[in-house]
Design a protein. Structure first.
Length: 86
């Protein structure tokens, strides 16, 4: 999960996927289920954050699947790694 923020508000979004540059093996975009958007139909995301490879603490490009866009920053994130139920 990531907490995003623009100049006016902050909100949480669930990261459901990543886009990768196959040559450099780096993440270039995050696919999100964003609480500020309507539920998606037939896909696992309703927003995308791009510009990650060119940003060092700078603004990122948030785009909803309906075409809206805004500059955001990742304020916080929660990561679960290696969790396994046995």
């Amino acid at each position: 999960m990531v907490q995003l923020g623009d100049r006016y508000s902050t909100w949480w979004a669930l990261v459901t996927g990543m886009e990768r540059d196959q040559i450099r093996q780096t993440v270039i975009g995050l696919l999100l289920l964003d609480v500020t958007q309507g539920l998606p139909w037939g896909v696992g995301y309703n927003a995308r954050v791009g510009g990650i490879q060119s940003s060092v603490n700078g603004p990122l490009k948030w785009r909803g699947i309906d075409g809206g866009g805004v500059s955001v920053q990742v304020l916080r994130w929660i990561e679960l790694e290696g969790s396994r139920i046995t």
